[in-house]
Design a protein around this ligand. Structure first.
Ligand code: ACO
Length: 355
């Protein structure tokens, strides 16, 4: 028998492989390919950042415009998929994305081009899901740019006032080393499964409320908090019952999630008096005082999206539409230096039973 190594449950603080895509620096900054994610959010477009994540370097002007055009062209949905959506009439947008990504009739044989197709279709799939569910005509948008077009599709194109804030949020959601969904994708990739199968594993994993699903659960409680006293009462009750408060805590960030603080700063600029924002700050302050638990990005992301007029059913798809570029990079990093991911388990069941 090979030597057995026992590691922490949930693989907490266990380094399982190397990556050159993203990390959290010793100063607590999230780095994408060495650049601070918050600097990229402030200064670069979604497409330039996606190019950096996928290709490992910032694009030249020519590369940037070719990459952006390629995403733009790939954003359209095959008509046969729209027909299926009309029959399905699924109301859970994320569930439908997972299904449609799986059955999509991809024409590309080249795995990198195939990935770029998957990378590009989530915005239109999200909009189409809701339209099909409501029995309304599909909506197209002539707006250019991945995040701006997505914003226009899911807000009905009524306003583009805060498209820049939406783009920043999408950049901050793009990548986070070995988070649960990326790790699931890498497990699938390590078996040399095709990119579509690996992305389905990632989408399924992102959906859980302890990961991407947290952002749509945040508003459920914030809406009922109208004062600092109510915030304290809510936190006290949850802590007393040992229940999790969505939008707080993180496996990596134990003091401060830089993405949460960046989005909070964005909200402070555009919506300082927004009641949900004030409720979130009150919960954040008290939870820190009581349990030293910091807010994570999903807390302020949910509030920003609500303020931007985005329906809650799209919150998780926004995360997925961004994180898929991280998954893209991780898929190739895994298969290009592969070893199947196959841990062992400590057996605690019976032995030597007889029939
Ligand atoms: N609310 C209340 N208490 C919490 C929370 C929370 N949100 N998060 C952690 N804690 C407490 C735990 O109960 C535990 O307390 P204890 O030591 O007294 O038992 C301690 O903090 C450590 O928490 P763990 O759950 O062990 O931390 P872990 O790293 O395993 O989990 C996770 C991280 C899953 C994110 C957790 O903090 C959580 O469930 N948060 C709520 C869901 C959420 O917001 N998820 C989004 C994550 S960010 C993202 O995916 C982009």
């Amino acid at each position: 028998m090979p030597e057995i190594v026992k590691v922490a449950k949930g693989l907490e603080n266990v380094v399982v492989d190397k990556t050159a895509i993203a990390t959290t620096s010793s100063a607590g900054d999230l780095l994408y390919r060495g650049y601070k994610a918050i600097d990229l959010a402030e200064k670069k477009s979604f497409e330039d950042t996606a190019f950096l994540i996928v290709n490992g370097k910032l694009p030249t002007d020519g590369e940037a415009s070719r990459f952006a055009s390629s995403i733009q062209e790939n954003m359209q949905i095959d008509p046969s998929v729209r027909e299926i959506m009309k029959i399905n009439r699924e109301s859970d947008v994320m569930r439908n994305i997972r299904s449609m990504i799986s059955l999509y009739p991809y024409r590309e044989k080249d795995t990198r081009k195939l990935f770029l197709k998957m990378d590009s279709i989530i915005p239109q799939l999200s909009s189409d899901t809701m339209k099909a569910f409501k029995g309304e005509p599909f909506q197209d948008s002539s707006v250019k740019g991945y995040s701006a077009k997505f914003y226009s599709l899911i807000t009905g194109g009524k306003t583009m006032d805060h498209a820049a804030s939406f783009q920043k949020l999408m950049i901050l959601y793009m990548e986070h080393e070995f988070n649960a969904s990326t790790f699931a994708l890498r497990v699938a990739a390590s078996t040399l499964a095709d990119p579509v199968s690996a992305v389905c594993a990632a989408l399924a994993t992102l959906k859980g409320p302890l990961h991407g699903g947290a952002n749509s659960e945040v508003l459920e409680y914030l809406g009922s908090i109208n004062s600092r006293e109510e915030a304290r009462k809510y936190v006290d009750e949850k802590v007393q019952k040992s229940e999790k408060i969505m939008g707080f805590g993180h496996r990596v960030y134990k003091k401060r999630d830089p993405r949460a603080q960046f989005v909070k700063g964005e909200l402070k600029k555009i919506a300082p008096d927004y009641p949900l924002f004030q409720a979130a700050e009150a919960v954040e302050d008290y939870l820190w005082e009581k349990k030293n638990l910091p807010a994570n990005v999903d807390l302020y992301a949910a509030i920003l999206m609500k303020y931007l007029g985005i329906e809650e059913s799209f919150y998780l798809p926004v995360f997925a539409a961004s994180r898929i570029y991280g998954w893209n990079a991780h898929y190739f990093e895994q298969v290009e230096n592969n070893k199947i991911i196959r841990p062992a388990a400590e057996y605690i069941g019976p032995e030597n039973l007889t029939l």
